[in-house]
Design a protein. Structure first.
Length: 170
């Protein structure tokens, strides 16, 4: 606990006035844009599933799927805003198979990113680490040739004798 018996919030001492503001703004938005809200809630189902599955505290999977899912739902929300923004228009959009295909395809792209990018990044990091290791070993050999094996012995201690025997055997 912090001094004075008060616990700090996770944001580093910031107050949660944003949540109070959301409670003030949300009811009028629900009343005014209920059709858009229905399309968003139903279209963002893959994001809600990702939220339930994602156990990471930063919710990276939820963010990835959610951003792309929102990109698939947004054109239909904009279509509601340009035309009649009523329950009938929202139901027509929800029952349109092409709309579902686009919304779910965008979410599927998010899931594809979640499952395909980490192995690619891992392989890249492994290759770059191997290249750096090889460069360090080459530089070490150059230094030993220039300064002699005593430099390595002073840096590593007595373990060098065993390493040199392994190098000679190889």
């Amino acid at each position: 606990m912090a001094k004075g018996g008060k616990a700090k919030s996770p944001e580093g001492g910031k107050k949660k006035s944003g949540s109070a503001l959301a409670w003030v703004i949300a009811p009028p938005i629900v009343f005014v844009a209920h059709a858009t809200l229905i399309v968003l809630i139903i279209g963002m189902v893959p994001t809600f599933v990702a939220f339930l599955i994602d156990r990471h505290p930063m919710k990276y999977t939820t963010r990835t799927v959610g951003y792309l899912n929102f990109c698939g739902v947004l054109p239909y929300a904009l279509e509601l805003w340009r035309g009649p923004n009523d329950l009938q228009a929202a139901l027509e959009l929800i029952l349109d198979p092409l709309a579902w295909l686009i919304m779910l395809s965008c979410a599927a792209v998010g899931w594809a990113i979640v499952y395909s990018v980490p192995p690619v990044v891992s392989a890249y990091l492994k290759v770059t680490a191997e290249i750096k290791e090889k460069a360090f070993k080459n530089r070490q050999k150059e230094l030993i040739e220039h300064w002699g094996p005593a430099v390595r012995q002073e840096a590593l201690g007595g373990a060098v004798v065993e390493d040199e025997e392994d190098d000679v055997a190889a």
